[in-house]
Design a protein around this ligand. Structure first.
Ligand SMILES: N[C@@H](CCC(=O)N[C@@H](CS)C(=O)NCC(=O)O)C(=O)O
Length: 220
């Protein structure tokens, strides 16, 4: 039994889809960003970084999307390609870290530039620079995907969940997504995948709770 600390629309969507895909027995704990729940002592005891996701495993908490992905792929089959060499394994790790350490920070600057700068001009500048930085990354992803169907060709993986979340964030952020038809087609395929439908239904339920409580989600 796993517990995933998550918030709707946040990058905790990646392990949420992964756990659904794995058929894992898990429950979700909603983190109310607007109440600062992620900075409260009880949550900081689990994740001192004060962010989602945090996965409670039978052996204790685990943070960081890339690490959670590697851990879950070790626990369940069919989540990441089975590497035959240490270089192949390192390349899979590199793909995940590309998402968490390259793409995610750009997404944050695009979507929440007000956390990185003060004043309208500086905030706009952070956002503009992030848009510029995302363009070659989006081209790289679009080219890599080609006709897909998935990041690793015929084999679905957590990488597909990760770039799906990035796509969701940039679609909502005025990024010219029309320039990236392969990535758009990938997102459409993801949207009809049963594991994704179940994960998004869990998020919709969390969103309804937040709305009923008058709390809007904050995402990075
Ligand atoms: N490096 C972390 C980043 C996690 C992260 O930035 N999560 C965001 C949501 S997408 C968050 O919790 N933001 C709240 C905050 O920073 O206050 C990972 O890859 O898991």
């Amino acid at each position: 039994m796993y517990t995933l600390y998550a918030s709707p629309g946040a990058c905790s969507r990646v392990p949420m889809i992964t756990l659904e895909e794995a058929g894992a027995d898990f429950e979700v704990e909603l983190i109310r960003f607007m109440r600062g729940a992620h900075k409260q002592p009880n949550y900081l005891a689990l994740n001192p970084k004060g962010k989602v996701p945090c996965l409670i495993t039978p052996d204790g908490p685990l943070t960081e999307n890339s690490a959670i992905a590697l851990y879950l792929a070790d626990q369940f089959d069919g989540l990441l390609p089975k590497a035959k060499t240490s270089l192949d394994q390192a390349r899979v790790t590199a793909d995940l870290v590309f998402c968490s350490a390259t793409l995610h920070p750009i997404v944050s600057r695009m979507r929440v530039p007000m956390f990185m700068a003060e004043g309208p001009a500086a905030i706009q500048s952070v956002k503009d620079k992030a848009m510029e930085a995302m363009a070659p990354m989006a081209k790289l992803i679009d080219d890599h995907l080609g006709d897909g169907p998935w990041w690793y060709g015929d084999e679905w993986s957590i990488m597909d969940a990760y770039i799906f979340w990035v796509w969701f964030r940039i679609v909502g952020g005025e990024f010219p997504t029309k320039l990236y038809p392969n990535w758009a087609a990938h997102a459409s395929r993801m949207n009809t995948r049963p594991s994704v439908e179940r994960a998004l239904a869990r998020e919709a339920a969390m969103q309804s709770t937040l709305e009923a409580e008058g709390l809007l989600p904050k995402m990075g």
